[in-house]
Design a protein around this ligand. Structure first.
Ligand SMILES: [Zn+2]
Length: 168
């Protein structure tokens, strides 16, 4: 049974309904990426890009990147000097780190998606768990890959395979 033919019967707000409206609009509402931590090659970071194009860490409560602890601020500083020290710290550590994440995703989004799917066994477009073998090979679930060309799916499968090979 094709999703398109039964979508009309799906209750509003259901998964099928949402997937159909996404396919009809023809745009990606969200997608997911995995990027190696720019300051720690042994660590993977996960990102979700929403409809507005804003990149957010995933899962939502994850903390990635340089973290300034209260104890990391020199004890002798107070008032404006303290604020300036903290602002300078963020400029020196956080800004370049986040820029590196954005650049990595922009340079090769498909590899970022493939890494996300391979490392999490979740769909790189909607974040839902992948269950069937074909979806795991493509890194994308049946609803999200509806209408994708065989060439693009083959490319995704190749990227997923490469990610798996790198892990082993
Ligand atoms: Zn999906």
């Amino acid at each position: 049974m094709s999703r398109a033919s039964d979508a009309g019967a799906a209750p509003r707000g259901s998964r099928a309904d949402k997937a159909t409206s996404r396919a009809l609009v023809g745009t990606t509402v969200v997608d997911y990426f995995a990027v190696v931590d720019p300051s720690d090659a042994g660590r993977m970071t996960y990102w979700r890009r929403g409809a507005g194009g804003l990149l957010k860490q995933w899962p939502p409560k994850a903390r990635y990147g340089p973290i300034l602890l209260r104890s990391g601020v020199p004890a002798g500083l107070a008032g404006q000097a303290r604020q300036e020290w903290i602002a300078a710290w963020f400029e020196r550590h956080s800004l370049p780190w986040h820029a590196a994440i954005r650049e990595s995703i922009a340079a090769d989004p498909d590899s970022g998606r493939a890494r996300f799917a391979a490392f999490t066994s979740r769909c790189c477009m909607c974040g839902r768990h992948l269950t069937d073998p074909a979806s795991k090979v493509y890194g994308i679930g049946p609803e999200c890959r509806d209408g994708w060309s065989a060439d693009v799916l083959a490319h995704m499968a190749e990227l997923i395979a490469r990610t798996h090979a790198e892990r082993s």
